[in-house]
Ligand binder design. Structure first.
Ligand code: URA
Length: 210
């Protein structure tokens, strides 16, 4: 994957995203659509995975058939909203290894502070896909990628549902080697760091906490 930003403009993705943006959409529908979209996005973020072949026998004859190469990939959910994307991606790639990064924003310094980290071993040998629905300021995403790199990851992709130009710029500056796949690039952030027009607080909307 070479482009820094890939926008998945598939009609099904865009249609589902519009329903998710609508504030009248109930929690259960929002969660179900996120699961569906995450599978379509996962299809794109894994498009050029490394392949090899293995010798198999069909009922007709032997053949060298394509199969994924290398170690199982690692999915890293950036808590808590990342879990909404994680579920769908895992359905598509059930053998993936899974990790979690928890960060909160210090209200005084506005910098992300880590409160949880658990990742699969041998990150250096895996494709690592970090998932978080909303790439807003990019501060917590960039910090999460820092942690993954400190743990040895060298081949990382970032999967989100919505991105703001500010977040994309922040990620490009901090991690130009990490391609981003998203369903849409929105207009801007508002004064409190929410994506506009966006869909509101992704965690609240998927978990019904507001
Ligand atoms: N996180 C969200 O959930 N929504 C935004 O708009 C920005 C960050």
């Amino acid at each position: 994957m070479t482009d820094h930003l890939t926008i998945v403009d598939h009609p099904l993705v865009q249609h589902k995203l519009t329903i998710m943006r609508d504030k009248a959409t109930p929690t259960a529908v929002f969660r179900q659509l996120l699961r569906e979209i995450s599978q379509l996005l996962a299809y794109e973020v894994t498009r050029n995975l490394e392949m090899t072949t293995k010798r198999i026998e069909t009922p007709m004859c032997e053949m060298d058939a394509p199969t994924l190469a290398g170690k199982k990939l690692a999915l890293i959910s950036i808590l808590r909203a990342g879990n909404g994307l994680l579920d769908g991606v895992l359905e598509l790639i059930p053998s993936a290894r899974v990790g979690f990064v928890g960060l909160y924003r210090d209200e005084e310094t506005l910098q992300p502070v880590q409160y949880y980290y658990k990742a699969p071993e041998a990150l250096e040998d895996r494709l690592v896909i970090a998932v978080d629905p909303m790439l807003a300021t990019g501060n917590s995403s960039a910090a999460a990628i820092d942690l993954l790199k400190e743990a040895g990851a060298t081949n990382i992709r970032f999967l989100c549902l919505l991105a703001a130009p500010e977040g994309v710029a922040r990620m490009k500056e901090a991690h130009p080697d990490v391609p981003i796949v998203t369903a849409a690039l929105d207009e801007k952030l508002n004064e409190v760091g929410y994506i506009m027009p966006g869909l509101g607080d992704a965690g609240d909307r998927m978990f019904g906490t507001k």
